[in-house]
Design a protein around this ligand. Structure first.
Ligand code: NAD
Ligand code: LMR
Length: 324
């Protein structure tokens, strides 16, 4: 049996601390797949990271083979099959995620280069550190020898948040909701779209009012990250780690039948979105790959949301063009 190498950057941070244990316990690849875990941190956080490694040992996880603790990106990404790029500064109260762009961008050009030089050629890279979409673009641009389809930014947390909001509103379980989409950027311009969604086989759009969709649902999902920061004084962590596992698991093993997920991926021009930016689309995953769901009908309101998020991503791309 092969052993999979999984890299987590920022592994001593809040999300990393959740992610490492869930992955090592088999929640990503299942209980029978052996794992080499490589944990990357900056030098000042290595003591804390050694503590995380000690705790991983103390769990005696059956599928965990080795744990590597390092501050060297080349070591961390050596032979990597799955990379969770978490290590980055989080925003505080009153900040937008894009305020982190200048500070965090350099991290992702260095890590893209290290992935290009060291990772398995079929690596799957999920960028979580904010602003996630443009950080994924930087990472991908600095790894020219790896298929661009290997890079994604995390929108699954937004997708799960939208499921939860719609489930409460329609008094239905999250599992009865299908074909919901988050389009665009992991920011306040993201567009949680229920026009194609169903709830227990009924059209979601027929179960709620336009006013609720526009003035409650969409802003609630767009602003949920800020709400969590306001409540916790820290950004979301357990829900972010959970969403990261959901996204990579579906990307690897396939998304559920008769449904789709939202993934921020390099745009191929679908739905008129500029090529190359990392934009969230509805995708169906199968056989370690994904395809964008095509030919969904879009009304004028939806088009305007899609364009607003595209415009924001084009500005972010301009800001970091020296790193691309
Ligand atoms: P945190 O501050 O608790 O942890 C971040 C860790 O990254 C720290 O331990 C830090 O030392 C480390 N780090 C910084 N630079 C690094 C580098 N160059 N290499 C390796 N490690 C490095 O933050 P957190 O709450 O875990 O959040 C991490 C990031 O994830 C933030 O940018 C946050 O905004 C983002 N986030 C994204 C989503 C999403 O849905 N995409 C959700 C939640 C949080
Ligand atoms: C989130 O959506 O919870 C994260 O992106 C953290 C943040 O800054 O909102």
């Amino acid at each position: 049996m092969s052993i999979k190498t999984i890299t987590i950057t920022g592994a001593a941070g809040q999300i990393g601390y959740q992610l490492a244990f869930r992955i090592a316990s088999g929640q990503l690849l299942g209980p029978r797949e052996k794992i080499n875990l490589k944990l990357l941190e900056i030098p000042v956080a290595l003591d804390a990271l050694n503590g995380v490694a000690m705790e991983l040992d103390d769990c005696a996880f059956p599928c965990l083979e080795t744990v590597t603790v390092t501050d060297n990106a080349s070591v961390a990404f050596q032979d990597c099959n799955y990379a969770f790029l978490v290590g980055a500064k989080p925003r505080g109260p009153g900040m937008e995620r894009s305020d982190l762009l200048i500070e965090n961008a350099g991290i992702f050009s260095v890590q893209g280069t290290a992935i290009n030089a060291n990772a398995n050629r079929n690596v799957k890279v999920l960028v979580i550190g904010n602003p996630a979409n443009t950080n994924a673009l930087i990472t991908m641009s600095n790894a020219p020898d790896i298929d661009p389809k290997s890079f994604s930014a995390m929108m699954r947390l937004d997708h799960n948040r939208a499921l939860a909001q719609l489930s409460t509103k329609t008094d239905s379980h999250v599992t009865s909701i299908k074909k919901l989409t988050i389009w665009g950027n992991h920011s306040t311009t993201q567009y949680p779209d229920i026009h194609h969604a169903t709830v227990k086989d009924q059209q979601a759009i027929d179960l709620v009012s336009l006013d609720w969709m526009k003035n409650t649902f969409i802003p609630n999902v767009q602003q949920r990250g800020a709400k969590i920061i306001q409540a916790r004084g820290l950004s979301s962590a357990a829900s972010a780690a959970s969403a990261a596992i959901d996204q990579l698991r579906d990307w690897t093993f396939g998304s559920a039948e008769n449904d789709w997920i939202s993934m921020a991926i390099p745009s191929d021009g679908s739905y008129g979105i500029s090529e190359g930016i990392i934009y969230s689309f509805p995708v169906i995953c199968s056989e370690e790959n994904y395809e964008i769901v095509q030919e969904l009908e879009m009304n004028e309101l939806s088009e305007s949301y899609l364009k607003a998020s595209e415009a924001e991503l084009l500005i972010e791309r301009k800001t970091v063009e020296h790193l691309l």
